[in-house]
Design a binder for this molecule. Structure first.
Ligand code: ATP
Ligand code: MG
Length: 409
C-alpha cells in the first residue's frame, strides 16, 4: 500500500523525465524506525529549473541551495537537487553549493542516520554513509570528521543532543569529544532562534529535560546561558526535576525558566528578550511570576484569586506550581485550589464572560459621571462583590455609597 501518493507521484514524474529521485534524510530515518510521517523531503538529479518546469505548482524557496517546494493536491514537499555544500565560513551556512551526486549529497548531511535515501519505486534504501548500521546500533555519529563537520555548522552540536534524546540513542565517542571541544564556539555562528527551535523540537517530543541535561554535560548549556557556569550536574537535575510533572500545555519559556530559580521578574523578561520568545510567552512568564507570588504569600484577597483562576493561563500556572511539590503536598495543593475555585465559581464565570455584577450604566443611573472616578468605583464594586460574595448589585452599590471614593464625588 502506498501511503504517500503525492510524494510518490513527484518521484515518478522525475524518474519518467529521466532523472533519479529519492525520499531523503529525516524521513528515511523515521521510516526505518517505524515512526510514520508525511514530512518527506525529496532529493533529485533534476535542476531547480527542470523541477519547476515539470510541476505546475511550485515555489522556489531556496534557489541558492536548489530547493523548490512542489505542491501536489494540497500536499507540499521540498524537492532539492543533489548538492555539495562548499565554503562554510561563518560556522553555520555554506557560501557556495554545487550540484552533485546522491553520494555527495548524502555526505553533506550531518549524521549518518540522517544521510540515507529511500527509493519508493524500487522500495530500496540507498545508504552511502553506513546510516542503517548506526540506526540499528542506536548511535548518532557525524558523517566524516566530526571536528570539521561541527566547525562547518555549530548548530549540529545541538542537533546531536536533540536527536540522541529524541530516540534514546548514544552519541558516538569521537562525535561527542568533538562536541565537547567546540562547545564554547556556538556563538556568534548560531542564531538564538535556531537554538530555541531545537529546544521546541525537544519539547514537542517530550525530551526537553534530558536534552537540557545533555547540553549541560557537554558544556553547551553554559554557552547559551553563561550564568549556568559552574552549576553541578546534581543541582541541574534538581532544578529540572519539576519538568517531569509539567502539564503538556506549559510553554517552552516556562520550562527554560526552571534553569534560573530565584530570577527576578526583570531578569526573566531580559531572558525572554534574549531568546526572542513570542509576546504570548512573555505574557505567560509575567503572569506566572505574579501567580507564584500570590500562591506563595497567600496574602491575596478573593478577587485576586478569582482573577488568577479565570485567566486563560491560570490552570497551567497552577499545574506548574504543583509540579514543584512532592506527591503528598501536591494533592493537598490542588485540593485547596479546587475548593477555592468552587467557592468563587460565580465570580470566576463573570470575569471570564467579562460581565461584572455592577456596570457603568448602574453607576451612571446612581449619579456617577464618566471619568476616572467611574473607573475606580467599578473596580471597587467588583472587589466588594467578589470579596464579600455579594450577588446583588443594589447591595453592592449601597456599600459603595459609603466609601470615600463615592463621597469624594
Ligand atoms: P526533524 O525533522 O525530526 O527535526 P530532521 O533530521 O528531519 O529532524 P530537518 O531539519 O527536517 O531535520 O532536516 C532534514 C534533513 O536535512 C536531515 O535529516 C539532514 O539530512 C539534513 N540536515 C538538516 N540540518 C542539517 C545540518 N545542520 N547539517 C547538515 N545536514 C542537515
Ligand atoms: Mg525533518
Amino acid at each position: 500500500m502506498e501511503e504517500h501518493p503525492q510524494a510518490r507521484f513527484i518521484v515518478e514524474t522525475l524518474v519518467k523525465a529521466g532523472f533519479s529521485a529519492y525520499y531523503a534524510g529525516g524521513w528515511v530515518r523515521d521510516y526505518l524506525l517505524k515512526h510514520p510521517s508525511d514530512d518527506i523531503d525529496i532529493a533529485t538529479s533534476a535542476s531547480p529549473e527542470t523541477i519547476m518546469a515539470l510541476f505546475p505548482h511550485t515555489v522556489p524557496i531556496g534557489i541558492a541551495f536548489g530547493i523548490v517546494l512542489v505542491i501536489v493536491d494540497g500536499h507540499q514537499y521540498e524537492v532539492a537537487t543533489f548538492r555539495q555544500d562548499l565554503d562554510y565560513q561563518d560556522g553555520r551556512r555554506p557560501t557556495r553549493v554545487e550540484f552533485s551526486t546522491p553520494e555527495e549529497d548524502a555526505k553533506r548531511r550531518d549524521f549518518t542516520i540522517n544521510g540515507m535515501f529511500y527509493d519508493p519505486l524500487q522500495e530500496k534504501i540507498l545508504d552511502f554513509v553506513h546510516g542503517r548500521a548506526d540506526l540499528e546500533a542506536k548511535v548518532i555519529r557525524a558523517i566524516g570528521n566530526p571536528h570539521e563537520r561541527i566547525r562547518e555548522d555549530r548548530l549540529r552540536m545541538i542537533r546531536a543532543a536533540r536527536l540522541a534524546c529524541r530516540f534514546g540513542f548514544a552519541i558516538d565517542p569521537a562525535t561527542e569529544q568533538a562536541i565537547r571541544a567546540h562547545a564554547k564556539e556556538l556563538f556568534p555562528a548560531v542564531a538564538i532562534e535556531r537554538i530555541c527551535q531545537e529546544f521546541a523540537k525537544g519539547l514537542a517530543f517530550g525530551k526537553l529535560r534530558p536534552m537540557l541535561l545533555m547540553l549541560h554535560d557537554f558544556g553547551l548549556l553554559e554557552s547559551i546561558f553563561p550564568t549556568l557556569h559552574g552549576v553541578s550536574e546534581m543541582e541541574m537535575k534538581r532544578r529540572l526535576e519539576p519538568l517531569k510533572w509539567f502539564p503538556a500545555a506549559a510553554p517552552l519559556i516556562a520550562h527554560l525558566l526552571e534553569l534560573f530559580p530565584g530570577a527576578s521578574l526583570q531578569e526573566q523578561l531580559d531572558l525572554c528578550k534574549r531568546l526572542k520568545v513570542s509576546n504570548h510567552d512573555v505574557n505567560f512568564a509575567t503572569f506566572l511570576f505574579h501567580a507564584k507570588k500570590l500562591v506563595q504569600t497567600r496574602s491575596g484577597e478573593d478577587i485576586d484569586w478569582a482573577y488568577l483562576y479565570a485567566h486563560p493561563s491560570g490552570a497551567v500556572s497552577l499545574q506548574i506550581m504543583g509540579a514543584h511539590l512532592d506527591e503528598a503536598h501536591r494533592e493537598a495543593f490542588f485540593k485547596e485550589h479546587e475548593a477555592r475555585i468552587e467557592s468563587l465559581r460565580e465570580a470566576i464565570g463573570r470575569i471570564e464572560r467579562k460581565d461584572p455584577l455592577v456596570k457603568s450604566g448602574d453607576l451612571a443611573a446612581a449619579g456617577i459621571g464618566a471619568g476616572k472616578q467611574m473607573g475606580l468605583l467599578l473596580k471597587e464594586a467588583e472587589r466588594i462583590a467578589i470579596n464579600q460574595r455579594i450577588e446583588n448589585k443594589d447591595a453592592v452599590i449601597n456599600i459603595l455609597r459609603s466609601s470615600s471614593l463615592w463621597q469624594n464625588s
